[in-house]
Write a protein that binds this ligand. Sequence first.
Ligand code: FAD
Ligand code: NA
Length: 389
Amino acid sequence: MNYDIVVVGSGFFGLTIAERCANELGLKVLVIDKRDHIGGNAYSETDPVTGIEVHTYGAHLFHTSNERVWRYVNRFTSFTPYVHHVYTTHDGVVYPMPINLGTINQFFHASYTPDEARALIAEQAGELAGQDPQNLNDKGISLIGRPLYEAFIKDYTGKQWQTDPKDLPASVISRLPVRYTYDNRYFNDTYEGLPTHGYTAWLETMVDSPDIDVLLSTDFFDESQPYHRAALVGRVPIVYTGPIDRYFDYSAGALAWRTIDFTTEYPETGDFQGTAVMNYPDLDRDYTRIIEPRHFHPERDYPADKTVIMKEYSRFAEEGDEPYYPVGTPEDRRRLLAYRDLAAREEGVVFGGRLGTYQYLDMHAAIGSALSVVDNVIVPHVRDGVPFD
Ligand code: FAD
Ligand code: NA
């Protein structure tokens, strides 16, 4: 074995581990990925028709309040001043999201002050006062009142889950933020922006080291290729960022995920919707939102007469689908505990990232979590011989 460590999966979690091991710890690193490109879900490519950068696995907005992560990512890319905003089309009218004073005044055709709006929403949210919400529908009403819930949340959530919110557990939402100002900036983080030269240039810079080899189209469970599970486990430290249930051959059952189907269209205009993300919360359309990626980079010289859009359709993932968002039923949580137990006992293998831990992780969270694994597991192993598990 010519490698000091093997990383399975080249998403932000795996690449952060690989980069630190090579450039900070001087290790020889092998990264394998079953896809034919690096970057996991953050990968982007140039649309062949328009030349516009498209996010292949769904729109990715970088944002963080973590100083360490922000300093770290700036070693590989600069960021544009892009600030994310989302709009929503309900009943033929466009409103700003998340729900803010602008949304409220437009919806009620009013000019409420912050205090008046707060009092109104509190009164409407009191409809089910004293009752413990039994499902997502009651929970939504008790958080923001029936009118706003039914307009902007109910059917949108129903489409996301392909399930009537009355049949979804209240735990699917813990809070519905309402802002009593006109601020409709989508993220609240200190830092925000898009990588100036695109995600793929950023990801490639991370592995640009003579001490990192990358093998693409290589599945860790494919025993016909040399770097598979049975050949490696116990012989070399492994950081595994693929699905945790797959690693253990689904012995405790498959963990459930939601996936998204994207359709790409080329409307005959240079600007289809005037903004990057338009939500469609109503049942008259079966997609949940439309992304128009040209608006992520207004600073770029994109063609003025062409554009590309993606419609997003949400559904439960089946075998072979891309796992995007953990479902997280009580059954899933029981299975996850069983897998965590097995993972803790699997010597020489550390499980990380969104698939390896079965949790939704934003990019900054995946990167921050990988930096912690370097600090807490890999450095003690390399410097002091602490077991790698
Ligand atoms: P991934 O990026 O999923 O990487 C895992 C890699 O492991 C994949 O490349 C996969 O091919 C590989 N792999 C799996 N199994 C095997 C195997 N058997 N053998 C070899 N390789 C294998 N984050 C944000 O900060 N902002 C956003 O706006 C945002 N939007 C998102 C939208 C969607 C639809 C999704 C799904 C995620 C979004 N994220 C966003 C999250 C972001 O994609 C994650 O931070 C990132 O995916 C986490 O990186 P990861 O390395 O843990 O996982
Ligand atoms: Na382990």
